[in-house]
Design a binder for this molecule. Sequence first.
Ligand code: GLU
Length: 465
Amino acid sequence: MTRYHGRMDPRTTRFAPSPSGLLHLGNARTALFSLLAALPDGQFLLRIEDSDRARVSPAFEEALRADLRWLGFAPYMDEAAALRQSQRAAIYDDYLRRLQAQAVVYPCFCTEAELGAERAQLRAQGLPPRYLGRCAGIDARIAQERIAQGETPVWRFRVPAGQEITFHDVVRGPQHVATALLGDFVVRRAQGDAMFFFANALDDALSGVTLVLRGEDHLANTPRQILILRALGLAVPDYGHLPLVLSEAGTPLSKRDGAFSLASLRDEGFLPLAVVNYLARLGAVVGSDRLLPLTELARLFDCRRIGHAPARYDREQLLHWQRLAMAETPLAEWIPLVAHRVPAADRLRFVTATRPNALFPGDYRRWADILYGAPESPDAAARTALAAVGPGFFRAASAHLDAGGAAGDLPAVLKEAGYGGKGLFHALRAALTGRVTGPELKDVLTLMPRALTVQRLARIRDEGC
Ligand code: GLU
């Protein structure tokens, strides 16, 4: 048994998704931890587990590859080298023949009805269902004859009796499973295809994976995979099983419903660095509260600092990392988002003024549209602010502009006219932008094209809100 001693050896890890839906935050965290465990000197492999033809689709595969690239994995993975299970049936057959040659597997002809009755009987006795070995003793010659006559058995692994399988889970600690609990398990279906966990264990061993990090829903597969690999004389990787990620409501995330998918976060405008920093701390301790690049997160990553309890998605936390990631992005990167509206000379000043109000990149675009295109229709707070000052306010404002006065002087002029305090600022903002919050009023007044300022104030003067 190998033991995990922190970050001493370069690791070969992998992420092995089934393209049967969009990657959600839980899947992404598994991918991230696997990458972090491999960096800086190890290898991170991508493997596409697409053998369940009925559930997988090329579109989901393309989507998950795009998600990983978006997260920033591209420099650390060789996408073209990704294995695809659907193309490896001959390899699985070959290893099954090796097990057949050793009689470590045997054909099982039990019908569904027989198996169902056996399960029911065990349950009635309060025992967990498992195969009791009815076909384990069938004479090999007789089995051959039945196959020659067209019967299509499944192939079962002969689990050694009375042993205990122990392994050190790098997340959960020592694990012990009595073989008596396993029952002889199917490695190959009657239709001829390898069971998922058989193919999965072979692929890990054959590609030299030394550490498997995956969801704890696969924990029950691990003792069976260890038995298979040992029987074949293949190296057994270290395993670590990650607790589930739950939604805010406490329900498990699903690849099928699209909620909590990376795609939906990306569409909303979350930055990959924010998502990566959030995920690195989702159910794990990083030891720094700074926004860190992947390489730094990898330096601090330690499987032993992953919690044992399910982790719950917390949007507030994600937003916290989003704020930091937005703040760290050089302002120049936002300029292309506003170039369709904002005159070249004003762009840097505009993004500087908008930064405190931009939680997502789309907010830069939105404020450019408001200040240079059309105001948003006033919300309730804006309508209240407009009503509070009354039409005289807008008459005074328009008169100042009509006389050639500068827009930037409007607060002073209106103050002189008897308006003051918050009400003045809210009413001006509401008239010009449709909102009572946003970039500093002095920036709004000096950035907005004069013709629009004149027009918006006159409209409120003439039509009210
Ligand atoms: N294809 C499996 C899944 O998507 C991964 C199994 C594993 O990581 O070992 O859940």
